[in-house]
Design a protein around this ligand. Structure first.
Ligand code: AMP
Length: 474
């Protein structure tokens, strides 16, 4: 087996994980993960949490915040690590609360990966699935529990979990928890915990409500901020394309094909919109899948895993489903709809341009989105570049420009955009008058020559389409 982790000697003089005094078992797990340098939030949070301080962290998913709190928690709990089979020797010592099942699952995966060489046990509990296996896991004794609030309270009620020895509480994505109405659940959970404990709160945004919540349960917290809240990464190129409402789906598939995108999240404001768009893309030969709240947990996990493996190239998601998804190195995100909530725009485009990489955030907008755009630009304090979607012609427009032959209308829609991936051909100046002519039988010279182009080779049809696509000024 080859070890791809750089040797310490090869690493420039910068903070490394081994400078935090973490246990060799944790360092080994980090090396398994291929992590070399801590991210800025990790660099700041790890030493502070190791000192036992409360933390208020302003960080979004994608900054490495999970390891930022998970690593010091594992380190602090190492003092209690034991291999006893007795459940009593493995009480819940750390509780990590997250707003969504997906985030809970991802945090749990990370915690398990980082603690895999230690005897500490971690498990995840969230709703929507059978409680049985969760009960079994909890009864066997678990030091680190990652949970969504509702299901955790179900377990409390059924007495399958005892939180009286919890030393550390983490509230991940606290803003989203408040948005989702979890405040009463959070208060109930906090009342079940020992008064003396360490509290860590992470939030992407800091509203008055969040500050109030922080003031009510954090003690003298250290505030850690890795990026100004509501700031968008400078390395993300933001682009706006104006399209007609009914052309949006075609525009998305056009962008995906034109750019040869192989890993992209497309955001839809509605579940139905996400499903329809995914279906549309699949029909056009794009490997797409939808992920939203109406999908079963198994379907959501399946889609996410397939996306991570590259079997699904386009994940169409709603905000709630996408929040907290651990998907790194996204070269591009597309807003099929502009979000109703301007802050969601910041979260969405934060999916790309991580860790200094370059990324594109492409948004479609229509006439009726003007208000939303103003809100977004006010929040991010910048104007987004408005560009023309060069070469794009919606299939509906194709049909109105020229009455197609019957055979053409029956062709799969995807063929309409079959062009080489890199072809960013600007539109030609004028529309070829041929296209506006009424349909004539192929005997006429004009049509005959056009058809010759389209049928002159095996790849003839795409060529004709290229002429079509390039010939119309949007
Ligand atoms: P998070 O913000 O915690 O969701 O992390 C985002 C992604 O960064 C996850 O895929 C992590 O596995 C990865 N990650 C976290 N810390 C590091 C690190 N120090 N080096 C490289 N990747 C990391």
């Amino acid at each position: 087996m080859t070890d791809t982790t750089p040797h310490p000697e090869q690493i420039p003089d910068t903070v490394r994980f081994d400078s935090f005094g973490l246990s060799p078992d944790i360092l080994r797990a980090l090396s398994d993960q291929g992590y070399v340098y801590p991210t800025p939030i990790q660099e700041q949070a790890i030493p502070v949490i190791l000192q036992g301080r409360d933390v208020m962290g302003a960080a979004q998913t994608g900054t490495g915040k999970t390891a930022g709190f998970a690593l010091p928690i594992i380190q602090l709990l190492m003092a209690h690590a034991n291999t006893s089979a007795s459940p009593a020797r493995h009480p819940v010592r750390a509780l990590i609360l997250t707003p969504t099942r997906e985030l809970a699952d991802q945090v749990a995966e990370n915690v398990k990966a980082y603690s895999r060489h230690t005897p500490l046990r971690a498990t995840v509990v969230f709703g929507g699935i059978d409680m049985g296996p969760q009960k079994d896991a909890l009864r066997s004794g678990i030091e680190i529990v990652i949970a969504t609030p509702g299901r955790l309270l179900d377990h409390v009620q059924q007495k399958t979990i005892n939180l009286s020895q919890t030393q550390i509480l983490v509230m991940d994505e606290a803003d989203r928890m408040l948005d989702m109405g979890f405040l009463p659940d959070l208060q109930r959970i906090i009342n079940l915990l020992p008064k003396q404990r360490q509290n860590l709160m992470f939030s992407a945004t800091f509203s008055q409500e969040i500050k109030k919540l922080a003031a009510s349960f954090l003690t003298n917290p250290v505030t850690i901020e890795v990026a100004r809240s509501n700031a968008t990464a400078e390395n993300v190129t933001q682009i706006l394309y104006k399209v007609a409402e009914e052309e949006k789906r075609d525009a998305v598939s056009f962008i995906i094909r034109e750019r040869g995108l192989k890993q992209v999240i497309v955001f839809s404001n509605t579940k139905i919109g996400a499903s329809r768009l995914a279906l549309h893309l699949v029909k056009q030969g794009v490997k797409a899948s939808a992920i939203h709240g109406d999908k079963s947990q198994t379907e959501r996990m399946g889609a996410l895993e397939a996306f991570k493996r590259g079997e699904v190239e386009v994940l169409v998601a709603t905000d709630v489903a996408a929040r907290g998804l651990d998907i790194s190195e996204m070269p591009c995100v597309i807003n099929f709809d502009l979000p109703y909530n301007a802050e969601d725009y910041v979260h969405r485009i934060g999916r790309t341009g991580r860790a200094g990489a370059k990324g594109d955030a492409i948004s479609l907008h229509t006439d009726k989105d003007e208000r939303l755009l103003i809100d977004i630009e006010k929040l991010i304090k910048q104007k987004i570049v408005r560009l023309q979607l060069a070469g794009f012609v919606a299939s509906s427009a194709l049909h109105t420009e020229r009455k197609p032959r019957r055979a053409e209308t029956e062709k799969p829609a995807d063929k309409a955009y079959e062009r080489p991936a890199r072809s960013y051909n600007p539109p030609k100046e004028k529309i070829d008058p041929w296209f506006s002519k009424p349909y004539q039988p192929s005997a006429t010279a004009n049509v005959a020559s056009a058809v010759t182009v389209s049928n002159s080779s095996a790849a003839g049809k795409p060529q004709k389409r290229a002429a079509l696509l390039g010939g119309i000024v949007k």
